[in-house]
Design a protein around this ligand. Structure first.
Ligand code: SF4
Ligand code: SF4
Length: 459
């Protein structure tokens, strides 16, 4: 390891006792990656061998009570792309990349929409359409088996870990949302400006240049694997104020990010508000998507297909895109800008709305499901007949406190929007006016949250 003379500041996590020791210790990081790889392989294996929930509580718990809420949502909201650092696909992919033919990625595959589009089509859209099918162990296992085989094949074929930077749907989501959190990989410019050895770049399998991250206000496709920090101690993992990367100007071209925010806001946040939150209220029968779904069900009943889910998803996607399009078009017109320039300049505020809002769900579901699911999975794995009940139920008043994250998400998104508007040199009343108009989707989200809080729970 290259050792430069430096003292780590208090905000550099690499100088902290436990975290710093973990990230600087390649053996420990290898052990963490092996553990996650073992989880992936066993979850897929048991999902295929024991295909139903009745006989297999393990596969579903690992994918939907551990990977999705904690490895993805919680880690993205705090430490950015930290999941990529222990990702089993890139862990094995690194070795495959070294022995493969190292071809350049074909131009047609350099398109983030391919992986992200498949994630929407293969997972987020079907989950509302066939809810009882998608979370069964064998379907979850098959989904992750195909994803794993595709990832490893592409790592083998194409150089510079191109699967991560151009195709991986999970990487597209983690890199877009990584700016919401409060850590950033940087380097000590006092040393980097005179450095000629570039040990950090040589160590980076993704061929990135971490000494430019701070200047560009973007970590690009960085997976936080920390290989660079193990190659040179000028690399720092700095704590920043939450979401500063979202409102500071960036010279990196990341046009996909804002589309990721809108799509996930539509298919996760707004659809869940329609289908799961309002759909479990006392006014359920009066909701337009419930009525339309029931009508379609009476016309064309398809086994396993949930027409109410289809209609909730369709109406949520339509409303989200209509509100974003309408509020952005008016704002852009008032500023004499093109829609796409305005969209790319301010759309970052939608990131915390989706991500911080999702914490309300995962916080309460930890007590309602995830903790007991994971403990039951463990007992099943060791052959014990012990079963654990959920730690709470909806009747426990305190569980609803997690709903406060929805309000935090609204305030956070409005704050980021206000900050981003200053990048367009807007001040005074004009800035307030555009802030109110362009924040249409935040007001809509707030309306849904407040409306739901005012009506009683259904049966
Ligand atoms: S981009 Fe995808 S494959 Fe690469 S490390 Fe992240 S999750 Fe893994
Ligand atoms: S810049 Fe560093 S942490 Fe990021 S991917 Fe490259 S080696 Fe890993």
């Amino acid at each position: 390891m290259k050792q430069v003379e430096k003292t780590r500041s208090a905000s550099d996590l690499l100088g902290w006792p436990v975290i710093g020791w973990f990230f600087s210790n390649s053996k420990l990081m290898m052990a963490a990656r092996l553990l996650v790889l073992t989880m992936l392989i066993t979850a897929i294996y048991f999902g295929l061998v024991y295909p139903t929930e009745e006989i297999n509580p393990y596969t579903g718990a690992l994918f939907w009570s551990l990977f999705w809420p904690f490895f993805l949502i919680l880690s993205m909201a705090t430490l950015g792309t930290v999941f990529c650092g222990v990702c089993p696909h890139s862990f094995v992919g690194k070795y495959l990349n070294r022995i493969g033919p190292k071809k350049p990625l074909p131009a047609w595959l350099k398109n983030r929409w391919i992986g992200f589009g498949l994630l929407l089509l293969a997972y987020w859209i079907p989950i509302y359409i066939f809810p009882d099918v998608l979370k069964t162990p064998w379907v979850s296992a098959l989904f992750f088996l195909v994803l794993t085989l595709v990832a490893w094949s592409l790592f083998y074929l194409y150089r510079n870990m191109a699967y991560c930077s151009s195709i991986c749907p999970i990487g597209t989501v983690t890199s877009a949302f990584s700016k919401v959190g409060f850590v950033q990989l940087k380097t000590d410019q006092n040393h980097c400006q005179s450095c000629r050895s570039f040990d950090c770049t040589k160590a980076c399998e993704w061929n990135l240049r971490p000494y430019f991250f701070e200047k560009k206000n973007s970590m690009g496709d960085c997976t936080l694997c920390m290989d660079c920090s193990q190659a040179c101690n000028a690399v720092e993992l700095k704590l920043t104020s939450p979401s500063t990367q979202l409102w500071k100007p960036s010279s990196a071209k990341e046009p996909m990010n804002v589309w990721v925010y809108v799509w996930l806001l539509a298919v996760i946040s707004i659809t869940m508000r329609f289908h799961h939150s309002l759909g479990h209220s006392s006014i359920k029968e009066q909701l337009p998507w419930v009525q339309a779904g029931q009508w379609l069900e009476s016309l064309v009943s398809v086994p396993l297909l949930d027409w109410v889910g289809v209609m909730a998803l369709s109406m949520a996607v339509l409303s989200t895109f209509a509100i974003v399009w309408g509020s952005f078009t008016i704002s852009a017109k008032l500023l004499n800008m093109s829609f796409s320039d305005f969209f790319q300049s301010v759309g970052q505020f939608m990131a915390p709305l989706m991500l911080i809002g999702a914490l309300s769900h995962i916080g309460s579901f930890f007590f309602l499901h995830y903790a007991s699911d994971l403990m039951n999975a463990w007992y099943w794995l060791i052959g014990s007949s012990i079963t654990v009940s959920p730690l709470a139920t909806f009747r426990d008043g305190w569980i609803h406190l997690f709903g406060l994250f929805n309000y935090i998400a609204v305030i956070w998104a409005l704050f980021v929007l206000y900050k981003r508007l200053s990048l367009l040199n807007l001040n005074g009343w004009k800035r307030v006016q555009i802030w109110i108009i362009s924040g249409g989707i935040v007001w809509f989200y707030l309306l849904l949250v407040v409306f739901r809080a005012m009506i009683p729970h259904g049966h």
